[in-house]
Design a protein around this ligand. Structure first.
Ligand code: IMP
Length: 203
């Protein structure tokens, strides 16, 4: 079964593929099926935005589509940047610019507690949907550490492992991360759905 990932983010693709391919699910980028769908993320939650993205790509491609909407929610910033994580500080910032801005905005904060959330949404051409959410608690480091991963990985610290996301291997990150947890739940729901609905056996 092939899913089109509603994203241009290759890092998300790799994280998704490594978990879902174990069960015969192939995930491809929009660009792999000749699409670039611009979706306005007007939802008020990660789940709403994930479904908006998946629906737009399913409608454009006619194929089952999957989306992840994710971000880092920082207690001292009242849950921000949250759903605005990708746009934090404006379009001129890159990943490093965004996490540096986050560190700046955390100066003097009384707590560095934070969590990452990932909402996964998938929608089939027949309108059926599957949703899952994963959360990973952690803290915001005082300085960036590690060079793996993407986005805010160098400043998202896991106290139990004493490492940032960026210091983990892909497998280690998948085992504890918000996206890894969401995908595990999603994978269980997908297998149940495929078994019950017989989807894919007649197409
Ligand atoms: P989205 O593509 O609208 O879901 O934006 C998510 C943003 O949150 C990304 O651009 C990253 O900045 C951040 N983000 C989401 N997941 C991760 C992760 O696993 N590590 C680091 N940053 C992430």
């Amino acid at each position: 079964m092939k899913f089109v990932l509603a994203s241009q983010n290759k890092h998300k693709l790799v994280e998704m593929q490594s978990i879902l391919s174990a069960h015969g699910v192939e995930v491809v980028l929009e660009s792999d099926v000749g699409l670039h769908v611009d979706v306005e993320e007007t939802g008020e939650s990660f789940a709403e935005n994930a479904m908006l993205k998946a629906k737009a790509v399913m409608e454009a491609s006619g194929l089952p589509a999957i989306a992840d909407d994710s971000g880092v929610c920082v207690d001292a910033l009242n849950g921000g940047p949250g759903i605005y994580s990708a746009r934090y500080g404006g379009p001129e910032l890159d990943d490093a610019g965004r996490y540096r801005l986050l560190l700046e905005n955390m100066r003097g904060a009384k707590t560095r507690a934070a969590h990452f959330t990932s909402a996964i949404a998938c929608i089939f051409p027949n309108g059926d949907t599957i949703e899952a959410e994963g959360i990973c608690p952690g803290t915001i480091a005082f300085a960036p550490q590690g060079d793996g991963g993407f986005g805010y990985d160098p400043v998202f610290f896991l106290p139990e492992l004493r490492k940032t996301y960026a210091q983990l291997t892909a497998e280690e990150k998948a085992a504890v991360s918000h996206r890894g947890k969401a995908l595990e739940i999603f994978d269980g729901k997908l297998r149940e759905y495929l078994k019950e609905s017989g989807y894919g056996t007649d197409q």
